[in-house]
Write a protein of this length. Sequence first.
Length: 118
Amino acid sequence: MSECIFCQIADKEMDAAVVYEDDAVMAFDDIMPQAPVHTLIIPKEHHAHIGDAVSAETLLALFAAVPKVAEIKGVAESGYRVIVNNGDDAAQTVGHLHVHVMGGRQMAHGMVRFSDET
């Protein structure tokens, strides 16, 4: 998937602020953060979204990386939010499965806001 920006990052063809990496996943800081800590975790193999025949091993690797990233980013004790956007209605902006780890400040109670709310 040479046109996929996250594949390019995973293949190290494009720079990113990498905070964690193992054989299956890579984590890097979001370039448009929505919280003081906003890190993305991606599988190194391309999957468009969570429903894209993702193996149990890949899902395990993604979610096993979450507490590691939280520790590295200093939010493991204070708390953090984990989000997976899946598809257009969820505002998934890159067509490569990824997990958001967000924290570093008190989050609002509501988890989501819909675009037609004022």
